[in-house]
Design a protein around this ligand. Structure first.
Ligand SMILES: [Zn+2]
Length: 470
């Protein structure tokens, strides 16, 4: 008998946690955090308490309270008995937080199966972020963390990596991971050969990106498997097909930057290697230097090691690193305590804001809103700011957005929006579903499950915590 239970990703964008059970072999499909659910109770200065370990997450429903999956140290801290793991692994579709981050809470003996590139990204995330309970995917510190235990090294989680088309075996289950195009490299959809037939899990994907052919590969294999069921993402089921594309971003942004007589600023998510390549290419084509920060360098170095991604080394002549102002503000080596900065201080292409202000026209600085205080040093009067991220879709983002616009007005910087989504639009998705033709469809990762209703075949609107039989 095959069953699956949805513990997250239901009527919300992300937070996917699906427990699949085939004759006793249990596997999670993703184990992500849900931003919307977290945002229902928590905000910037009100966070789940590390001091209460897993307790706050269970109480507020950020994690499902199911036996045999969580870390021994966290259960003990909560006053519960430790539990042997009952799950044989997590099949992780890609490295976005809403699919990966709550792996942080899982038992150390539950191995993670993910793409090679996905693991590299998780390593880059771990290198440049501050450790906290929600961000311990690749390794974790035993809690509670007493001062006397600071020297005890973290527990390293077990990872098994794969590439596209290779078969993965988890106990009695055979799984075929297939690459898909998404706004992060190393993203996969899965064909899971259960005892009741093939089950498809899309993860997150799209048809309008640079690598639509990868999604095509997935779709072809999915058709051939004659699926009995498909669990699909539906982030943008309410959106029509448009002319959005990576190429359009290249063309529009290049034009804007070319017209700019002084400093150009660009903002995009560094997990999106295609977007990096777009702006890197613009910089090269216009004879400019793309200036990144030390956090970006952690990602870039991981990408560069992955030959398939064709990303330049950090030492590339069209790239430079912006040295942040820390502690004394005098750029002395001792000002830098973060390991990811310290180990890179001897790089030859490090610049300060003062170097850039001498010849601002020569540079394109990658600058996120959270680092906008750097504008005070960069003095980008009459510059351009390319916002290559999604537009605000909730109240909190609106407030930050307005603040961002105030900064731009203050420095007389032109704002330019240029972005394309990581998710498939409604038209393409309906076409994909019709082509794959699963017997039953389970839409998740969507705030509009009702919009799937007019498709052919059986459509099941899933309920959280409910178990479905294949
Ligand atoms: Zn994603």
């Amino acid at each position: 008998m095959v069953t699956f239970t949805f513990y997250g990703g239901v009527n919300e964008i992300g937070g996917n946690k699906i427990l699949l059970d085939d004759r006793g072999t249990k596997v999670f499909l993703d184990f992500g955090m849900s931003f919307s659910r977290r945002g229902k109770y928590f905000e910037e200065f009100l966070n789940p308490r590390t001091a209460n370990g897993i307790g706050d997450f269970l109480e507020m429903g950020l994690l499902p309270d199911i036996p045999g999956i969580y870390r021994t140290d966290l259960l003990t801290h909560l006053g519960r008995k430790p539990e042997e793991p009952v799950v044989s692994g997590v099949l992780l579709s890609h490295a976005h937080a809403d699919h990966a981050n709550y792996i942080s809470f899982l038992h150390k003996d539950i191995p993670i199966y993910c793409g090679e590139t996905c693991k590299r990204i998780l390593d880059a995330v771990a290198e440049q972020s501050t450790r906290d309970l929600e961000n311990e995917v690749v390794d974790f510190r035993l809690r509670p963390l007493h001062r006397s235990q600071y020297k005890i090294p973290p527990v390293i989680r077990k990872f098994h990596t794969f590439t596209t088309g290779k078969t993965v075996r988890i106990d009695s289950l055979e799984i075929q991971p297939l690459h898909v195009d998404h706004s992060v490299p190393g993203a996969y959809g899965f064909i899971i050969y259960t005892s009741e037939g093939a089950l498809i899990y899309t993860g997150d994907l799209r048809m309008h990106g640079l690598h639509a052919d990868m999604t095509d590969d997935f779709v072809s294999a999915a058709i051939q498997s004659r699926p009995v069921a498909m669990i699909t993402e539906g982030t943008r089921i309410d959106k029509k097909r448009t002319n959005e594309s990576e190429k359009k971003i290249y063309q529009d942004s290049k034009k804007k930057i070319h017209q700019c007589k002084t400093l150009s600023l660009v903002d995009f998510n560094f997990k999106d290697v295609d977007r990096f390549t777009t702006f890197y290419t613009i910089a090269k084509d216009l004879g400019k230097t793309l200036v990144i920060n030390f956090k970006h360098a952690c990602f870039l170095e991981q990408y560069h090691r992955d030959k398939k991604l064709k990303v330049p080394p950090v030492t590339d002549p069209s790239l430079a690193l912006l040295k942040p102002k820390r502690l004394t503000g005098t750029y002395k080596d001792e000002d830098y305590v973060d390991a990811y900065i310290k180990k890179r201080l001897d790089y030859k292409n490090i610049l300060t804001a003062a170097d850039i202000t001498k010849n601002p026209f020569k540079y394109m600085v990658v600058l996120n809103f959270w680092y906008f205080s750097d504008l005070i040093d960069l003095q980008p009067k009459k510059g351009v700011y390319i916002h290559s991220l999604s537009e605000p879709f909730n109240e909190e983002m609106e407030i930050s957005y307005e603040r961002m616009r105030n900064w731009l007005t203050h420095f007389d910087i032109e704002f330019f929006q240029s972005h394309c989504s990581g998710h498939i639009n409604g038209d393409d998705l309906k076409e994909l579903i019709t082509t794959v033709h699963p017997k039953t469809l389970y839409p998740i990762h969507t705030e509009h499950p009702q919009l799937f209703k007019n498709l052919k075949g059986k459509i099941t609107r899933v309920k959280e915590g409910k178990t479905y039989k294949l």
